[in-house]
Design a protein around this ligand. Structure first.
Ligand code: 5GP
Length: 119
């Protein structure tokens, strides 16, 4: 685990209910909410409630059980909102489109729009 960021990330602030979001699922350690700028009919961000891991590579080596829990929450969201079939996208690094450096998965369901992050 890396050192906690000086400032909480936007996703920690959503988990703390400091920033409003359309929350669709949560467990003790993971939260899922609709992306503010959806790029598919179903576009949900699934992320740990606490910061500390900047991307999926760090999470996989630092806490694989938490990564598995995140994927399980993603599956549940997709079952409920997207008929169980979905893309799971982890942008990893700024050059790959990552803008929030708090590990998160994008659950994308339905037809993707032209030029979307997973297209
Ligand atoms: P990234 O580009 O890092 O892979 O994904 C970050 C995602 O978080 C983007 O798709 C962006 O639209 C979403 N996002 C950023 N800020 C907020 C916010 O305040 N609320 C919600 N619901 N989504 C956000």
């Amino acid at each position: 685990m890396t050192a906690p960021a000086a400032e909480p990330t936007v996703f920690e602030r959503i988990a703390a209910r400091e920033i409003p979001a359309q929350i669709v699922a949560e467990t003790d350690r993971v939260i899922a909410f609709r992306d503010i700028a959806p790029q598919a009919p179903v576009h949900v961000v699934v992320t740990p409630k606490q910061g500390g891991y900047r991307d999926v590579v760090e999470l996989a080596s630092g806490d694989p059980a938490l990564l598995a829990e995140l994927v399980d929450v993603a599956r549940g969201v997709a079952d409920e909102l997207a008929g169980g079939e979905f893309r799971l996208v982890f942008n990893t690094g700024a050059a790959a489109g990552q803008t929030v450096f708090h590990v998160h998965a994008h659950v994308l369901g339905g037809r993707l729009e032209e030029g979307s992050l997973a297209g």
